[in-house]
Write a protein that binds this ligand. Sequence first.
Ligand code: NAD
Length: 304
Amino acid sequence: MSISFEGRVAIVTGAGNGLGRCHALALARRGARVVVNDLGGARDGSGASSEAALAVVREIEAAGGEALANGANVADYDEVKAMVDAAVARWGRVDILINNAGILRDKSFAKMTLDDFALVIQVHLMGSVNCTKAVWDIMKDQGYGRIVMTSSSSGLYGNFGQANYGAAKTAVVGLMNTLVLEGQKYDIRVNTLAPTAGTRMTEDLIPEELFKLMTPESVTAGLLTLCHEDAPNRFILCCGAGGFASAHIYETEGIYLAPEEQTPENVVARWDELNAAATQRELTAGGQQTEKFLKKAMQHFGIE
Ligand code: NAD
């Protein structure tokens, strides 16, 4: 089986460097026409330059591909909308959106300013929201769309000094969960990538010898599986250094306490039972949790 993006139009945000650059090059190599978006700022989000995006476009064109450089700040909806309009004006559609742009403002929560918290949310979460919003109706109307969110192990599991980043990176998983439900009848599939790679974002955190093992290419191989024709839906794919794994949120079956038993002491007494890993399963809509609990309560009260 070979994966092709022939005839597809893709937007990759933050594609001037690191993972986004690698995603854009790979999509173009496999036939996609690509909008290479990048604000061109520093790792902390300061500054801007069109050079990074232009360099990637030149690379794609030199290899015989088609690309469009774009300097929109993903945190600014009007700029994002203009980017999407430019893609449609040139190629008539948008099939793939890779929400990849990101910055870091790391500090322990005690020292983190609220401005640093808000900016990271603005770029990672609202950037993904803005770009998705701007392509959503286009994808709905054409009955086809592939959207990838970029999360992180920081978001899924936490990381010291990254309260802002971790919150934003979990938020995009929440965004995916609902978009999957709203997009499925239009064949819009939404997945999440949780990468780990040697880029400027991680260059001072990982020893040089190991940094070399964590190539962006090893992550891009996974990214392409999330945005092709037969992509899964609602999948969290973790990739790094040639490793590939899936992440899930599971919920246990839990226990039921009748009204007269509903005390914290009784909950604590059955903690092991409510936390029994053997009973856990993945839910695919919030209502399934309510349904599960109500089923037990209805059974207790003899309600059909
Ligand atoms: P990177 O810094 O090399 O690339 C990020 C790119 O996003 C930069 O080119 C930057 O200019 C661009 N960008 C930043 N803010 C932007 C904005 N407002 N609008 C448009 N472009 C903007 O970092 P990377 O490591 O390639 O990270 C790519 C994505 O992967 C990010 O979302 C990051 O959080 C995520 N991620 C990376 C790692 C890793 O190990 N490198 C781990 C987990 C998650």
